[in-house]
Design a protein around this ligand. Structure first.
Ligand code: UDP
Length: 372
């Protein structure tokens, strides 16, 4: 084994931390760098000093997975508390249940249909001529029809992504289930939960190994040492200094709302109406139901999405259908870059959830170790 190799991991989010840990446990020494002053990337959590509430600094993160290995992995590094994400939406002054389920359909059409009746009713509105939906819009029209699509998806998606829904891939909408029963669990996965002490504590646990050196406030560009191998979880186009152009990302702005008691009575309220400038309001104490009652005050955040500029934090890779050529070129270059493995949401420019990120990081570490 070449455990004397000098290995650097760029980014101390889930991807970087998991790979570092896997390699450290096999005897490798690693340097993990992150340009921010904290670990855990966009999953970072910290307690708000005024309320005591555990705040998801870069927006809500709910852990859910169907992968037992990933579930046991995360549970090794911190206690996961029971949490089921139940999202609501305010549309034209009325509150609905999400994801679209029998309750939403009955509320929206002011009916009391059975599952079969609702299925037939929606089938009548759905666009049956679309066989294999390519875009977000086609996916919506095929599965819920014009009225529900307009009310719940069109406005929200335009605000969230800043582009025509017809130019977004169908995969974004495939994240959300449509159900003909009253199950309002936002996710279909068998495992779901929230870390008792926050995500940063979990990442801290993953990174705490004698073979791992962590350097915060250090960007990849300013690194002077050379390495035998680099695992890079920064933005893919940034690695190549954007020399053939920029991939599009969305960034988020959060406007805090402070109040006494309970602000909205639930963790996430979406606002799909196009007239409302934000996409959703998250009230963070409700992400921790086991302690929510103990806080006298509350903090919630209005979430605004906008195009990501040069000095902004990228959150979501847009993956516009017409950006495909630029992405393919970067991907080919990444694949040919010797001594570097690109990982994570930004490094692979993919809309990855935390569980998939961890699963892929475990696989990347395994491939690396098997190749030595
Ligand atoms: N979406 C929507 N209306 C909603 C919720 C979601 O149109 O009320 C669309 C939107 O395009 C969003 C995508 O579905 O980006 C995925 O939603 P999810 O809740 O998974 O987004 P995340 O929490 O990852 O931002």
């Amino acid at each position: 084994m070449n455990s004397h190799l000098r290995i650097c991991i760029v980014g101390a989010g889930f991807s970087g931390a998991v790979i570092a840990r896997e390699l450290a446990e096999k005897g490798y020494s690693l340097l993990v760098i992150d340009e921010r002053d904290h670990i855990a990337g966009n999953c970072h959590t910290e307690r708000d000093s005024e309320t005591g509430v555990m705040v998801h600094k870069y927006g809500p993160h709910i852990f859910h997975t169907g992968d037992e290995t990933v579930w046991s992995y995360i549970n090794r590094f911190g206690e996961m508390m029971p949490y089921v994400n139940r999202v609501k939406a305010t549309v034209k002054g009325k509150v609905y249940s999400l994801p679209i389920n029998l309750h939403t359909i009955n509320q929206f059409f002011d009916k009391a249909m059975s599952p079969d009746e609702a299925r037939a009713f929606i089938a009548e509105q759905a666009r049956t001529d679309i066989e294999d939906p390519q875009s977000f819009e086609e996916q919506g029209m095929k599965f819920v029809g014009d009225q529900l699509y307009k009310a719940f998806f069109d406005g929200y998606t335009r605000k969230q992504w800043g582009v025509e829904p017809s130019s977004l891939p169908a995969s974004i909408l495939k994240r959300l289930p449509v159900r003909f029963n009253y199950d309002d669990n936002y996710f279909n996965h068998p495992y779901q939960g929230m870390p008792k002490d926050g995500y940063s504590k979990i990442v801290e646990g993953i990174l705490s190994h004698e073979k791992i050196e962590l350097r915060l406030g250090c960007s990849f560009e300013e690194l002077e040492e050379t390495f035998d191998h680099i695992f890079y979880s920064g933005p893919l186009d940034r690695y190549f200094r954007y020399d053939i152009g920029r991939l599009s990302y969305r960034t988020l702005d959060f406007e805090p709302i402070r109040a006494d008691g309970d602000f909205q009575g639930t963790a996430v309220m979406n606002y799909p109406d196009p007239e409302v400038p934000f996409t959703r309001i998250s009230e963070h104490k409700h992400f921790a139901p086991w302690e929510a009652e103990s806080f006298e005050k509350t903090i919630a955040f209005k979430e605004f999405s906008r195009s990501c500029g040069a000095n902004d934090i990228p959150y979501y890779p847009i993956r516009r259908l017409d950006d495909q050529q630029l992405l393919t070129t970067y991907e080919e270059r990444a694949a040919n870059e010797t001594g570097v493995t690109f990982v994570g949401r930004l490094g692979t420019y993919q809309y990855l959830d935390m569980d998939v990120t961890i699963g892929r990081a475990l696989a990347v570490a395994k491939t690396f170790l098997n190749g030595r």
